[in-house]
Design a protein around this ligand. Structure first.
Ligand SMILES: [Zn+2]
Length: 306
């Protein structure tokens, strides 16, 4: 892999870290090394032909399909648990509280779960998605979805009251370009929400290359509260909140990688779910003390931008 030259967020020089991991989810290739910005501590991976690392397994794994009629008890329990966990996640920062209903754009909307949540609250839901299967699932939930990227999106400037990157910005090689594009779509007074894995989370230092949110090489940029604060300054947005949050899935999937070394559906995945549930209370306690596995920013575009 070529050594990356400069930080894609602030332009400062990068240094090599000791963090490297193979692609445990799709191809098994690697390892890929993470570089880190000396100034804003953004983690960065230099990857050629990034599309190669998104196989069917990637999108199959990360949005909920309709349950098959013959789904077993465990699969039904998992589905119910996921739906409950999503409701809890969406009812907290950075997704709530939000202002009065308007037009919301979810960049990288996946199967549309977050958009369905906003729609139920009276928002008009719009999405951008590169996966055709995920876009179709989001449309089935009532969202208007552009199949493509921010670079070829069809909407006029200042069209949205809320723009969300929920676990999507870390996939984009030029994050500043994407964020500037999102800001153009934001109406004056509108809100930009970013949620991404927390590169500085204690879990990464313990679980090392098995820490699931690394997801190399698809996660080309690795954010932290500090990097998000730098992004806010570079975008000229007002910071309403920057913080961290926790997801049980980071624990369960990391344990799965520790047990199976790579994504292996079957009993080793179910064992990891059970261990993750058992370990979640102490993990959550440490997250509250040291910071969770995801970091977020709630940023606002000034009303007067003359
Ligand atoms: Zn930087």
């Amino acid at each position: 892999m070529p050594a990356p030259a400069h930080c894609p967020l602030c332009g400062a020089p990068l240094r090599a870290t000791r963090v490297s991991a193979p692609d445990r989810l799709v191809t098994g290739e690697g390892p890929f090394r993470v570089w880190e910005c000396r100034a804003c501590e953004l983690g960065h991976v230099s990857v050629e032909e990034l599309d190669r690392y998104y196989g069917g397994a990637y999108f199959e794994s990360f949005y909920e399909h309709e349950l098959a009629p013959d789904a077993g008890v465990l699969v039904r329990l998992r589905s119910a648990y996921r739906a409950r966990a999503a409701r809890r996640r969406f009812s907290r920062a950075p997704f709530a509280p939000v202002g009065p209903p308007g037009r919301v754009l979810d960049v990288g909307c996946g199967g549309g779960a977050l958009l369905a949540h906003y729609r139920a609250l009276g928002w008009q839901p719009f999405g951008i998605e590169v996966s055709e299967a995920a876009a179709a699932a989001a449309r089935a939930q009532g969202a208007t979805v552009h199949l493509g990227t921010l670079a070829d999106q069809p909407w006029e400037p200042a069209n949205f009251d809320l723009v969300v990157f929920s676990h999507s910005l870390e996939h984009i090689p030029e994050p500043l370009t994407a964020l500037r594009g999102a800001c153009e779509l934001l109406a004056p007074g509108g809100t930009l929400v970013i949620l991404a894995p927390n590169w500085r989370c204690w879990q990464r230092f313990v679980l090392r290359s098995f820490w699931f949110p690394l997801d190399l090489p698809r996660h080309v940029n690795h954010f932290s509260p500090r990097a998000l604060a730098v992004a806010a300054r570079r975008l000229g947005l007002e910071t309403q909140a920057i913080g961290t949050s926790s997801t049980i899935i980071a624990v369960s999937y990391s344990l799965h990688y520790l047990i199976a070394r790579r994504w292996t559906p079957g009993w080793r995945l179910w064992l990891a779910y059970a261990l993750g549930l058992a370990l979640y209370p102490p993990v959550l306690a440490l997250d509250r003390l040291l910071g969770g596995d995801a970091c977020y920013a709630i940023l606002r575009r000034a009303v007067n931008t003359l």
